[in-house]
Design a protein around this ligand. Sequence first.
Ligand code: HEM
Length: 353
Amino acid sequence: MTSSARRVPIEPQAVDAPLSGTAVFLVLTVRDAAGAFDTVRSTLAGVADVLKNVAFRDLDAALSCTVGIGARVWGELTRGPAPKELHVFPAVVGDRHIAPSTPGDVLLHIRAARRDLCFEFERQLLDLLGDAVEVVDETVGFRYFDVRDLLGFVDGTANPVGQNLPDATLVGDEDPAFAGGSYVVVQKYTHPLDRWRALTTEQQEAIIGRTKADNIELDDAETGQKSHKTLSTVVVDGAEHDILRDNMPFGSPAGGEFGTYFIGYARRLWVIERMLQRMFIGDPPGLHDRLLDFSTARTGSVFFAPSAAFLEAMDDDPAPSGPADPASAVVPASPPEPADGSLGLGSLQTAPE
Ligand code: HEM
């Protein structure tokens, strides 16, 4: 059975939701308080119901929410082992720029065509979570013209499409218990737009690796500092490893804040981490991504977005740690005697191989 065939019956969350008009990136930590984990567990398991409530009010707006869970709380929240690669975001320290690691236990990536649906869904969910969580960051992103970032470039063009999309984003047979899930990395960047604007269009294009007006890919640089497009391309043994990005601009002209919220979904976490090393440390080391001279990473967290079925079952009674019914939790001191005086093997003796 191929890995793509294996994944078909395992419904992922809405990882591949279409690029939306608006989004909310909500990063939470679970409070160290009695009952907090129970509240978070049951709320996250019920996200699909809340989503249905709100999404139904305008189905054309395609409201979706992807839930990610961080390494710090994975064990306590899911009461099971963690996906193979899941760990806390490791800071990446280059000569000139740093990708910091910041707290984050739960990520809610809420997308829709309408801001009010995102708002309402977030409100209902936070009501349910109550004081079991602390909001670390809430960023509201918006679509900027023809899918441009605030630097003025079309962002997201090289995303995988068709069958390449699940192949690049969903865990398969390599970690069967987590098939249909996806690693998610988020980073919040801010830009000194005035300095970026002081560059010529040609300088900006050389940094990104694409033309600004019509988004045409430029050739890779033969020598010297490579473009963002080249540094964020990861090729191992001749195979290119893609990720899915759904970056969104955010900010406030009045507040002087101009940003890009980076979000990357990947089947293999190491692919995103390799991209970050190539950007921050450089290739060769020392020749970093010049996009970072105009983009400061303020946050950095890793999550795993399990399959929809995994998320929904999170609140089920955990099998190994005993039944929920206290009466049946009483373990007899010795096995009960069979009423018929036999060895009690019953039909097992004749069961087919
Ligand atoms: C490509 C912007 C951060 C990974 C691009 C492109 C733009 C862009 C304009 C070219 C068009 C496209 O293919 O989408 C930005 C901005 C960032 C940012 C404004 C933050 C300030 C990152 C980070 C990563 C990343 C942190 C990965 C860890 C990629 C990849 C491509 C890409 C994989 C496609 C490369 C290819 O052509 O195959 N980015 N990016 N980007 N970026 Fe970024």
